[in-house]
Design a protein around this ligand. Sequence first.
Ligand SMILES: [Ca+2]
Ligand SMILES: [Ca+2]
Ligand SMILES: [Ca+2]
Length: 302
Amino acid sequence: MQKVTCTCIALILLFSMLSIPAFTQKKSETAKEIYSEDFERGLGSEWSNSRTTRLDKSTVLGTFNESPVTLTLPNTPVNVSMTLCFDVWVMDSWDGNSDIHGPDVFSVALSPDRTLLSTTFSNTYDDPIQSYPKTYNEEKMENHAFTTGAAKTGEFNGRFTDFTDAKYEICRTFLNTDDLLNITFAAHLTQGMSDESFGIDNVSISIEQPTVKTNITGQFQCLEQISLSPNPAKNDIRLSLAGACEHFKGSIYDALGKLIVAEINVINGEAAINISQLSEGTYFLHLTDDAETSIHRFVKVK
Ligand SMILES: [Ca+2]
Ligand SMILES: [Ca+2]
Ligand SMILES: [Ca+2]
């Protein structure tokens, strides 16, 4: 590692530490969660990579070096304001904006041309400048002190006891325009897996509550108390909504967004769904009416 002793860098660090608060977009008070995953009980096929690691008493997805990981959710509501929140664990000697050992860039993208986050992280005293909480921009570099904005720092895997690791809690709000939602988490790192990697945890996706019409207020509450059981299921799975919620349409999609069952009748808030013909795997039950869509994951077993 090259020592950086320039006075101007030290001044930037001091300024950054004094003036830049942690930056996190928050979920709005009215947001409704449609997906969450903490990886503590395994993970579904909506994730492109199932590698997990224990860090700081939590199971996280990863860690990864140059391998991107993608979350795919079918038939998500379009033209709604959607908020993605996640933790990213920045492990070992990330070197931030260093032009010698970096730049070490972390990105989140909906598709190749819809970037939600592109930034750099640093964990090292030797290369102590990162872009986060701002965007990494080669033309107009933002310089902040290493671990600025981190929710937690420590030595979580004991690999480098002379560098810190860091966890960031990040949210991004965007207009969802695609009913097959693809979110890719990726890093572009200059060194190998044993030197720098990332993990993902506590992923949630929320949508803004649509305006509820007066005459369906009661139904809106139905979706708050849905149960699907048993789950995992072999032959039959029972859907139960609170109250007499009769006007919802149910349909089942597989993990790639293919429609598997087109119409499920919900009668008096109940539906018995025969899944005996489905292949083993993860499926998504979508419940919709004019006002809202709610997505529920279940697993079919043999
Ligand atoms: Ca976890
Ligand atoms: Ca490094
Ligand atoms: Ca590096």
